[in-house]
Ligand binder design. Structure first.
Ligand code: ZN
Length: 210
């Protein structure tokens, strides 16, 4: 099996994982032996595919903020949401250590799939997609880079915005998410996908709720 990924394969993996979860729920209710065998087959296929997908992702991401004047990355995937208080924080937060304006850069080669202007939540936001359909979200943006719009092609390291404090935050930072199938439920911890250790970037201790 090649490690090369594709939108088709990504959708297949998503349906595979979904099928595994659905049949596992059915199994608990029925205790059916035949169904158990099917479930185990589906689950083992998913387990075999997952490391390949993660390996591709781990080799891929560029740190989403231009490094230079000092940054602190909170290791808070799964931590408490500012808006709800629940343990549902779907990304990580990257803060500057000085008041210097910070520049946000594309973490992948991809396409801008969405632009948001949402007061009271994610604020100004870009949503990027790579060619495998993985979604990367940048929230609380101050200013979007002129000339970029939905449909623009970006390359890793391209400037896409400045860090800001729009939406539900009192201080400038980047809230950064990785969503393998685009949905919030699919969000995964970005930390293992970023090239730590990174000079000039302090990584905090995990602060998830578990
Ligand atoms: Zn956040």
């Amino acid at each position: 099996m090649t490690l090369h990924d594709s939108p088709t394969r990504r959708r297949f993996l998503g349906s595979l994982l979904g099928a595994g979860a659905a049949t596992a729920a059915g199994l608990a209710a029925s205790g059916n032996g035949a169904l158990r065998a099917v479930t185990e087959a589906v689950d083992s296929a998913a387990v075999a595919t997952e490391p390949a997908v993660r390996t591709r992702l781990e080799a891929q991401l560029t740190f989403p903020v231009l490094v230079g004047d000092g940054l602190i990355t909170l290791n808070n995937f799964g931590g408490r949401s500012v808006s709800t208080g629940a343990c549902s924080h779907r990304g990580i937060d990257i803060f500057p250590t000085t008041s210097t304006t910070r520049v946000l850069v594309s973490c992948v080669d991809g396409v801008i799939e969405g632009q948001r202007f949402l007061d009271g939540s994610q604020g100004n936001a870009w949503i990027l997609n790579d060619d495998a359909g993985v979604s990367y979200r940048y929230h609380h943006i101050d200013e979007f880079e002129p000339g970029l719009e939905v449909g623009s092609v970006v390359r890793r390291g391209d400037v896409i915005a400045t860090m800001g404090a729009t939406g539900n935050t009192g201080s400038a930072h980047l809230h950064f998410e990785v969503r393998p199938d685009g949905t919030g439920a699919s969000a995964i911890d970005p930390i293992p996908l970023l090239p730590f250790p990174i000079e000039g970037v302090t990584l905090g201790a995990p602060t998830g709720c578990t």
